[in-house]
Design a protein around this ligand. Structure first.
Ligand code: GYE
Length: 326
């Protein structure tokens, strides 16, 4: 057969397509072998609030239920320590790593190190910078809440229930973390569509109760007319209540407090009238996290994003749902 120019073109196109296939295959996240039982890592970011404790308890209970060995580390609020924790899991030869990346960028090297060691990573609860790492290639998937939607839901509640309270202080979560970035974006974008509302200050309280209290105190002094505080988590909302009271004001009456997380203490504060509304951020990861690992080992296609459903609490349902809050 005479090889025509057309043949050459076709075969080089086929070769190029094959090359793309090969490079995509080699870019896939490391596989997980099918086994009876696994040794998996869970790299927690910190343990300073009920949300984290509930998440850890859910992971530990699930590991125990299945008879899997869980290598647990707590980065104590340090992204650098969390990178070291992941490296130590790699050295211990775990089969898979569940990682709750404290911030969006600093944990990228840890994900790449695990990939280099052929250990799959499943991101739990916090995401990483999507321009630097990709689901299905660098890590298997992200399991967690839609933080943008959480911020939107609380903003929409405020718009519908503000009763003239329109001057807002925002307490942001940990700088550079995906929930802080996205809860801010979701909330601020909705508020921007309603010009009668104004965010007069927005500052980080690092998702922590006492930091939240201190920042709220300073911001209430600078903006004595503020009558709404939106906190990116319960801990800072509870700190903000103390700041409001220290300023001689009544939480729930003079200043509306809005929160995200929905732990029992916060839902009780909704019942008590001190917190106006809370979007739950579901911390019960265990069953879904372990099921996803098994599905991955079975060769099932794993979606890039696996979203947890979140409850919403305000005065209309908090008493009734209190016993179901974590
Ligand atoms: O809201 C907060 C925690 O990443 C979704 O981190 C989580 C957040 C949660 O410390 O309380």
């Amino acid at each position: 057969m005479t090889i025509t120019r057309r043949h050459l073109l076709i075969s080089s196109a086929a070769a190029a397509a094959a090359a793309v296939l090969v490079s995509r295959a080699s870019a896939a996240a490391p596989p997980l072998a099918k086994k009876e039982t696994y040794k998996v890592g869970f790299a927690q970011t910190e343990s300073n609030n009920p949300w984290r404790l509930a998440q850890t308890a859910s992971m530990q209970a699930e590991a125990e239920k299945r008879g899997w060995q869980l290598v647990y580390t707590d980065a104590a609020g340090s992204a650098a320590k969390q990178v070291a924790d992941v490296n130590s899991m790699i050295a211990q030869g775990v089969d898979l790593i569940f990682l709750a990346p404290r911030e969006e960028k600093p944990l990228i090297p840890a994900i790449m190190a695990a990939k280099g060691a052929n250990i799959p990573v499943i991101l739990l609860d916090r995401n990483v910078d999507q321009t630097l790492a990709t689901a299905g290639e660098d890590y298997v998937t992200f399991i967690g809440s839609n933080f943008i939607e959480e911020g939107q839901r609380i903003a929409e509640w405020l718009v519908a229930n503000a009763n003239g309270k329109t001057t807002i202080i925002e307490l942001e979560g940990t700088t550079g973390s995906s929930p802080a970035n996205d809860r801010k974006k979701g909330f601020d974008d909705v508020i921007a569509q309603h010009p009668e509302f104004k965010i007069v200050a927005s500052q980080t309280g690092d998702f922590a109760r006492d930091k939240g209290r201190q920042v709220a105190e300073t911001l209430l002094q600078a903006h004595p007319d503020a009558n709404v505080i939106y906190a990116h988590n319960d801990e800072m909302a509870i700190g903000a209540i103390a700041a409001v009271e220290a300023a001689g004001k009544v939480a729930g009456t003079d200043v509306l407090i809005l929160s995200i997380d929905g732990g029992k203490e916060a839902v009780q504060l909704v019942v008590d009238g001190k917190i106006a509304a809370v979007v739950e951020c579901n911390p019960r990861f265990g069953p879904k996290a372990f099921d996803t690992a098994v599905a991955y080992a079975n060769g099932e296609t794993i979606p890039a994003l696996i979203l947890n459903p979140d409850q919403f609490y305000d005065a209309s349902n908090a008493a009734e749902l209190l016993s179901t809050a974590y």
